[in-house]
Design a protein around this ligand. Structure first.
Ligand SMILES: Nc1ncnc2c1ncn2[C@@H]1O[C@H](COP(=O)(O)OP(=O)(O)OP(=O)(O)O)[C@@H](O)[C@H]1O
Ligand SMILES: [Mg+2]
Length: 393
């Protein structure tokens, strides 16, 4: 069954969207343009499954308008189109935009955004259709992000992959299992008010398990179960708590990512047991590979090796050890390889904005989308590469 999507374009001058219209036409969608805000509002009120392109204009502030629409019509998928000098991803996210294009976006970029919008709106409609949203979600996927050595990129992978899944319309939560020195919230510039600690103290110990109130929400849509406010509080947390947290989170999230601590503990082992996929992050350096192999041996002895997927991070053309040799050392294929981005990644951590959000076309971000789609395939669409395209000004 195909679902009808409503594609709208708003700009209060007679700016045209011919190329956008043509691109949508190729996918058999029609674009309806509005010049009067009241006409647009009237339509948004009545129609479900709407995707709205909102073009910047001198007559109004596109960010303010976006915020107004996202408050009035929260189910609308909003794409703002701004000149380069007004490009501000953080601000766009804060005012409720789901995506952003610039005046010089080429057809490939626009196509990507169209596909993302389509996937998102369809996915959300499917979720709404399910009769008992509070029952255990049967299709939740739990993924543990692990490594044998510290600093190889587990947290970087967790926050970026979470955002890649969000772009596919999935509900995503990151459980930061580095209960002493977790830094997931820091990577996305959040200061959590509550954490796993309060959940255990106020909830679990009084047999009230509801976890939702203890999560912190990022403007991208990703939820986080943060670590205790002080490292010494970790002592009260047991592997049973971890298991309980995962089963609570399964009730309302499609994807649960567990960012695990490097050292092997009961908590680490429990996260390996309860997950569906083990994303084992490694680099191509020999000492790391050696330890990754040891880690794989451990998984084998625990009969958990079926779950493992090797993520090769910080890959580059100048690798010392050839890919084939790596795979023969590990005796396991590389599932996905992610390029080294130099200081780029560190900059995004400083800004608190994952690279996938900041720049979806960067090679690392693309690798992240490939990983997300390999893990959970989205309905595929055959894409023809259209010629270069610019939105009309
Ligand atoms: N692909 C990459 N390219 C460049 N730098 C990267 C890449 N991946 C991670 N880094 C950098 O490596 C450092 C460590 O990354 P990260 O914190 O994600 O590792 P980790 O495995 O979570 O560490 P820990 O074991 O301490 O939790 C960060 O400074 C990050 O910027
Ligand atoms: Mg980390």
């Amino acid at each position: 069954m195909t679902m009808d999507l409503n594609w709208y374009f708003y700009s209060d001058t007679n700016a045209r969207a011919d190329e956008l219209e043509a691109l949508l036409m190729k996918k058999s969608h029609t674009l309806k343009s509005f010049q009067l805000l009241e006409d647009l509002f009237h339509q948004l009120e009545r129609m479900p499954h709407t995707i709205l392109f909102l073009k910047a204009n001198t007559a109004y502030n596109v960010y303010d308008l976006c915020q107004e629409i996202s408050v009035k019509f929260p189910s609308t998928y909003l794409i703002i189109i701004v000149p380069e000098n007004m490009e501000n991803t953080k601000k766009a996210m804060r005012v409720g935009a789901s995506n952003m294009l610039t005046y010089s976006s080429d057809s490939e970029e626009v196509n990507e955004v169209i596909i993302q919008a389509q996937t998102f709106v369809k996915q959300r409609a499917d979720q709404k259709g399910s009769a008992h949203p509070h029952l255990q979600k049967k299709n939740s996927r739990v993924m543990s992000v692990c490594s044998s050595k510290g600093g190889v990129g587990k947290t970087t992978l967790s926050v970026n992959l979470a955002n890649a899944f969000v772009k596919d319309g999935k509900s995503v939560v990151i459980l930061d299992a580095n209960f002493q020195f977790g830094d997931v919230s820091m990577y996305v510039d959040l200061k959590p008010k509550r954490s796993v600690y309060e959940w255990i103290k106020e909830g679990v110990e009084r047999e009230r398990y509801g976890i939702e109130n203890y999560l912190t929400h990022h403007s991208s849509g990703v939820a986080i179960l943060a670590t205790p406010p002080r490292p010494e509080f970790f002592e009260i947390i047991t592997e049973e708590h971890l298991e309980l947290a995962v089963s609570e989170l399964r009730k309302s999230y499609d994807v649960i990512l567990i960012d695990t601590p490097t050292y092997i503990s009961e908590i680490h082992l429990k996260s390996l047991m309860v997950c569906d996929d083990i994303l084992l992050v490694t680099t191509g350096d020999l000492p790391v590979l050696r330890n990754t192999k040891l880690y794989l041996d451990m998984l084998e002895s625990l009969q958990l090796n079926e779950k493992v997927k090797i993520i090769l991070n910080r890959d580059s053309k100048h690798r010392v050890i050839e890919a084939k040799r790596m795979e023969s050392i590990l005796q396991e294929p590389v599932y996905v390889s992610l390029p080294d981005q130099g200081v780029h990644i560190a900059t995004t951590i400083n800004e608190g904005l994952p690279l996938v959000m900041k720049n979806g076309r960067n090679a690392f971000s693309k690798g992240m989308f490939i990983l997300a789609h390999q893990l959970i395939p989205v309905s595929s669409e055959v894409e023809k590469k259209p010629k270069r395209f610019a939105l009309s000004r």
